[in-house]
Design a protein around this ligand. Structure first.
Ligand code: DOR
Ligand code: ZN
Length: 426
């Protein structure tokens, strides 16, 4: 199977007006002119479309299993394809949790049957030490630790076992860093103060220093947390991501939006947002994630009791492209935070750039296509967003996974089961 993609191509050396030839899922040539019979041609030359390396989202909740009424691998990876993401990394807080080898295997089976784009798994802190066994690394890229439930509680001993296990195998440890000592009751229910983040980052960074596991702090939300993280960087290997809403919204706006904007960690002040955006531009925040966390409308009504989180796969890229059009970010920042760095964090050398020998994953964007965010039209089952009604400029127009178009012009065109575990890249 040979695919030729023509147009403005984002390469490490800048934009190239040329072609990419993909054979059996791998890029075999990138050049100005490629004349060769192919099975499929996607021509994006002329106009304002750009072919980017396939985007990677390091933090999504595909749900499925018993929570498939919220989302499943088909609707979740469909949302990814619509939003321009070629790889999504799935969190283990499912029902049952992905913290036993048999559940991990079952997760692989379900994802393999339903996914449209490629996927990675994180393994959760197990309930028994016996569930920390060799073989986890055959399917999972790393571990996820939810510190308020698994570190500041009686699960701490098991969490340290995870840290030991991850250190030996150099597996990534992704943490939701909040110390419940600094939680307060608010109109949106329990919510962490900035100190909650700073304190947890300090605690986990100390352990990274003594154990040696690669640490990744996900969805940082506060300037205080970021300040603490930068204190440790250099002494210990530590990477960090944030989400669009921590950059674009503030606590006051979140409060007026109510339950729909309820998320953990909570959205902080406009000063926090401003500082995080500055750190992102400086290259100190490594990645942007959606933290795609869908819930049905009935769970997003009363702010105090609502489930936290909202879908993000269909808004993240378009929000970032809007920042590019507003002169806040550059296109190369978007590629760095959504493709190059996420690939490095997952230690996946096969993706993250458009080069000969790499996997043929691409996200084609129309930098100036305009839209208004309309959650009712999401492919995700979570039909809400704190960005509802926002005018955006810059949209994905095609998502290509291993040389196969998955989304073209806002339509899903692949069949369920095309997506593969990134572990099969090797
Ligand atoms: O807002 C959130 N939603 N924060 C989390 O940590 C979990 C997530 C979810 O799974 O819905
Ligand atoms: Zn999450």
């Amino acid at each position: 199977m040979k695919l030729l993609v023509k147009g403005k191509i984002y390469t490490n050396k800048g934009l190239l007006d040329g072609s990419i030839l993909v054979q059996d899922g791998r890029i075999i040539r990138v050049a100005k002119n490629i004349r060769e019979p192919v099975d499929k041609l996607l021509d994006y030359s002329g106009g304002r479309r750009i072919v980017l390396p396939g985007l990677i989202d390091l933090h999504v909740h595909m749900r499925d299993f018993e929570l498939s009424y919220k989302e499943d691998f088909f609707t979740g990876t469909g949302a990814a394809a619509m939003g321009g993401f070629t790889v999504v990394a799935d969190m283990p807080n499912t029902r049952p949790r992905v913290n036993r080898p048999d559940v991990l295997k079952k997760r692989e089976k379900v994802a393999k049957e339903k996914a449209l784009v490629d996927y990675a798994f994180y393994y959760g802190v197990p309930d028994r030490e016996a569930d920390l066994v060799g073989g986890i690394e055959d399917l999972a890229m790393g571990f996820k630790i939810f510190m308020q439930h698994e570190f500041y509680t009686d699960k701490r001993r098991l969490t340290e076992k995870v840290l030991e296990f991850a250190s030996k195998r150099e597996m990534l440890v992704v943490v939701h860093a909040e110390n419940p000592k600094f939680f307060v009751e608010t109109e949106m229910g329990l919510s962490g103060l900035p100190q909650a983040e700073a304190s947890a980052i300090k605690d986990i960074a100390k352990l990274a220093l003594s154990y040696g596991f690669p640490l990744h702090v996900t969805h940082i939300s506060s300037a205080a947390g970021m300040r603490e993280l930068l204190r440790w960087r250099g002494r210990v290997g530590i990477t960090v991501d944030t989400c669009p809403y921590y950059l674009l919204l503030n606590a006051k706006e979140a409060l007026t939006k109510g339950a729909v904007a309820k998320v953990y960690p909570s959205i902080k002040s406009s000063k926090d947002a401003e500082i995080l955006l500055r750190r992102l531009k400086e290259g100190k925040i490594d990645a942007i994630v959606s933290d795609h966390a869908p819930h049905p409308p009935e769970e997003k009504s009363d702010p105090r009791s609502a489930s936290a989180g909202f879908p993000g796969l269909e808004t993240t890229l378009t929000l970032l492209l809007t920042l590019v059009n507003n002169g806040v970010l550059e296109l190369r920042d978007v590629v760095r935070i959504c493709a190059t760095n996420p690939a490095k964090i997952l230690k996946l050398n096969e993706i993250g750039s458009i080069d000969k020998g790499k996997i043929g994953n691409f996200t084609v964007v129309d930098l100036h296509r305009r839209a208004t965010i309309n959650p009712k039209a999401f492919v995700s089952r979570g039909k809400c967003s704190p960005f509802e009604g926002k005018k955006v400029e810059g949209m994905p127009v095609a998502t290509i996974v291993r040389g196969e178009p998955v989304m073209l012009d806002g339509e899903l065109v692949a069949t369920a089961g095309w997506g593969k575990n990134v572990k099969t890249y090797r």
